[in-house]
Design a protein around this ligand. Sequence first.
Ligand code: IVH
Length: 679
Amino acid sequence: MLDKIEQRIKFLRDEINKYDYHYYVLAEPLISDYEYDQLYKELEKLEAEYPQFITPDSPTQRVGKDLTKEFKPVNHLFPMLSLSNTYTEEDLIDFDKRIKKEIQEDEVEYVVEYKIDGASISLRYTNGQLVTAATRGDGNVGEDITNNAKTIRAIPLKIPLELVEKYNLTEFEARGEIYMSISDFNLLNSERLKSGEKTFANPRNFAAGSLKLQDPQIVAERKLNVFLYALLGTGIKSSTHWENLNILKECGFRINPHSKLCKNIKEVIDYCNHLESKRNSLDYEVDGAVIKVNSLLIQQQLGNIAKSPRWAVAYKFKAKQAKTKIRDIVWQVGRTGAVTPVAELEPVFLAGSKISRATLHNYDEIKRKDIRVGDSVIIEKGGDVIPKVVEVIKEERKPDSIETKPPEKCPVCNSKIYFPDNEAAAYCENYECPAQIKARLVHFASRGAMDIEGLGDALIDLLVDKGFLKSFPDIYKLKNYRDELIKIERLGQKSVDKLLANIEKSKKQPFHKVLFALGIRYVGAGVSQKLVEHFSNINELINASEESLNAIYEIGPNISKSIIRFFSDKNNLKIIEDLINLGLNFETEKRETNTKNFFTGKTFVLTGTLNSLSREEASQKIIELGGKVSSSVSKNTDYVIAGEKAGSKLDKANSLGIKILNEEEFLQFLKEAEKTIND
Ligand code: IVH
């Protein structure tokens, strides 16, 4: 009897897995939804009565009931690399030439695939069973999202053991992209709109966000899908990427049907153009093609530079365009007081999201393109950027249309607008303008800065309007107004306490984030990081001269001037003093290199491409070892480090008689210096 039940459970499990495969992977349903539901219900019922027969690959085990409290770190078996980009046919020809030269071959085979615009995933299988699903993370360590990935029916929970044996797949990782189809995404958004819920920005963010939800039951309701594009493991019986794709397919994974094996770079280019011309007929977002060397041996020979393989590149497609109409042109005030024009558009779908606004950059741009309210326009969106108006269709313009005028007064505080001579931007010069106050605070609390969870746009608007917030220190004084805050509609005790706790927590943010949070013009996250490498506390930075700032690699005159201007304002100094007293971090632990080494006190200039590390990494290492890195060669330069394709800096160094190090010599010095430090 029990035997029979076990057999029936196994039969149902295999049947349902087969129907899932046909439905979700092949998109060829074999039975009706009703018949499927009957089988599923029977399996659920039997498993409830005989839980001893539940196996991890049962379809009923896809959706767990437990919340994922934290996403644990997962070490990838092989790093998850990113791709460098190419944009033109010439770029592709160069890529091919480089490879042929390196491996001394006349012709190389490539596989061309769509580059799916979703969230990357790595699925690890041991002995044919799915054991872990992980996000990309930093490329070496991802986050464990197994519970969420299992809800995606196109992901097999197990693969047939005979195939494990046939291809030696005892331990492997299948890599791919999780995405949501454009039609499902649009349907979801229109339903949310109807029920008054906030819509999602685009399918990519939606997919990435879904994988990080704590409740797998919610993930299961989201129609996520997957395309696998890589198979990795040791000893797999295959010698090409094309074979790998076919093995994945045979094992039941979902593979994009538009991939092609190309004999040479000419075929690659033709096929890239073909893929680009067909992109609008797809029901998923793609942002380019990926070109991969087919032979795994050649892939291995070519290896990687920094975080990208040398055997693959992405070929980016041109930005997608759409036609729409300008309903209105409004002026927005940013945190620096810049007043920028924004076009309000008749909503259109473009690159997976509904667009109803586009930036017009500045008044000069409006004048140059003669953009007017009521105009029919072509808008464009590339990657992550905000859509922009590329062209006005003048033939469709009504005769009574009016030329757009620059703003005279700030749309928010009515102050006079100022147009600096050398800039296209217009400014509201009132530092107390509510729009500027709000934008500064939003930036201060944002994720890359003080990262105060819960203190977003809407709450800042409210707290500024109610007079609680005006400048950064006010945020840290909110705890004195707890009772008043609780009385504000929408807030309540629990959320106020949570907010206050998050505010306190933000005091631990490191110096470079605090510096970034201050919102000094041109001082973004990267520049802040650079600055704290050179100035270990805020006083050193406040007292820095323009020359010493300019001497820092990658810090140009505009940034230096802006920093000097910021710290010469008494108001700003007072804010910093208050923030120091409130306990924010304005200093960093500078790594003192007490042992003198080759780099200590010397100035280096980097030029050309280094193979084993990026310029950024090289300069970081030099600085850590007590050296300086400058962007231009002068008589103060001690050494020029010249990588491949070094240009004019190398010529200048030669003419000044400055010593040159090639990559190998530089690495050797690095190794020795690091050894002295570690000893
Ligand atoms: S191959 C070493 N193939 O693009 C090669 N990546 O920068 C690594 N992506 O986030 C990736 N479609 O998830 C490859 N057909 C495809 C892809 C693809 C999308 C994503 C990938 C990663 C990024 C690579």
